[in-house]
Design a protein around this ligand. Structure first.
Ligand SMILES: *Cc1c(COP(=O)(O)O)cnc(C)c1O
Length: 363
């Protein structure tokens, strides 16, 4: 039996240190926007290679608040991938702006830069590439278009803590980035959490107020902000785990390499890594026209598996009130993709077991 993701096993190596960190917060008597959040913001900014990190309540808020802080809202359009978790789209909708989907590259499932310009209108304000499954999007081409057309680039880095593009880390590739620390992410808290990273001093200052009722001085509210803060407890937990992220991502790379070797030659579309991209393998996603048979075989062998994502965003009830253009690539992916178990704790035996089941099912 191999679970899709065993969070207890992910967190077991950090158990004692996390309990000590939580005890420190409990003893401090200070639970919101204190020393732990401040220290984590410093440490995560340094890790991403940027000047600022602003802790927020979750990844959706991180993305949504960046848009609001840039003044992007009603009447504006933001380019998003057609193939992503719905939070990317909802961040745009929540800001009052219109998500404009662009189809992905077949090889990486990431935003196809060649399709972006056709989607730009006079209302377009930003491009929001997602580093899907932990692989950076084609940032050189995306940034070139954005600079030329005067658009902001907001990275959805919720699946890409530590990933690199041309040697530089996700979170420092665009104008600003949103991260999620949802427990299952590569850097996961023990509950919800999120962060924004940026080198933009003005944006950072505005976001620090925006997340905290529009206030930097208690009971002085410069504008109508929201309550979206990273908890001290979650920050303390994340500070324990951040120093181990590199080693855990390296372990994920070893698992991914073992999968690619073991599945080589099967009639199965394997993940492709773009030149210049160093993925952190949040997910390992294969694709097959015979997905149903693979799901059945994995299920019978008690091997966890999921589909990221089974319904494309434009097909969701949340977006049923709008007419969407045909998005055949996203629609085909929703029928074919299949995510296999991947985690830093996985060993070669477990990978071999999963691969053997897939091999038999396709044989
Ligand atoms: C997880 C995720 C988010 C949202 O993060 P939450 O913390 O759950 O709000 C946004 N975008 C992508 C691509 C994600 O995977």
């Amino acid at each position: 039996m191999i679970p899709f993701l065993d969070l207890k096993r992910v967190n077991a190596p950090h158990d004692a240190a996390m309990r000590a960190a939580m005890g420190r917060v409990l003893d401090s008597g200070w639970y919101i926007l204190g020393e732990e959040v401040q220290a984590f913001e410093r440490e995560f900014a340094a890790y991403c290679g940027v000047r600022h990190c602003i802790g927020v309540a979750n990844g959706l808020d991180a993305l949504h608040l960046i848009l609001r802080a840039y003044g992007i809202g009603a009447g504006d359009e933001v380019i998003v991938p057609s193939n992503t978790f719905i939070a990317t789209w909802l961040a745009v909708s929540q800001a009052g702006a219109q998500p404009v989907p662009v189809e992905p590259l077949a090889a990486t499932h990431n935003l196809d830069p060649a399709r972006i310009e056709a989607a730009i209108t006079p209302r377009t304000r930003a491009i929001m590439p997602v580093h899907l499954y932990g692989q950076p999007a084609q940032m050189d081409a995306i940034l070139e278009i954005a600079r030329r057309r005067g658009l902001k680039v907001i990275e959805d880095a919720a699946q890409a803590h530590g990933a690199r593009w041309q040697g530089r880390r996700a979170g420092g590739l665009g104008d600003a980035a949103g991260f999620s620390f949802y427990p299952g992410k590569n850097l996961g808290a023990l509950g919800d959490g999120g962060a924004i990273t940026t080198d933009d001093d003005e944006l950072a200052e505005r976001l620090r107020k925006l997340r905290n009722y529009g206030s930097s001085v208690k009971y002085h509210h410069e504008f109508a902000g929201v309550n979206s803060r990273l908890d001290e407890l979650q920050a303390a937990v994340l500070r324990v785990k951040l120093p181990h992220l590199e080693a855990e991502n390296a372990a994920r790379r070893r698992v991914a390499a073992a999968y690619l070797e073991a599945l080589d030659g099967l009639p199965l579309a394997l993940p492709e890594v773009a030149a210049g991209a160093e993925p952190v393998w949040h997910l390992i996603v294969v694709a097959s026209e015979r997905r149903g048979a693979l799901q059945q075989a994995l299920g019978a062998a008690q091997i966890g598996h999921l589909v990221h994502y089974p319904i494309a965003c434009h097909r969701q009830g949340a977006y049923a009130d709008q007419a969407w253009p045909a998005l055949p690539i996203a629609e085909q992916l929703q029928e074919r993709v299949l995510s296999l178990p991947i985690a830093p704790y996985m060993g070669p035996d477990e990978v071999a077991e999963v691969a053997a089941v897939l091999r038999r099912a396709l044989g």
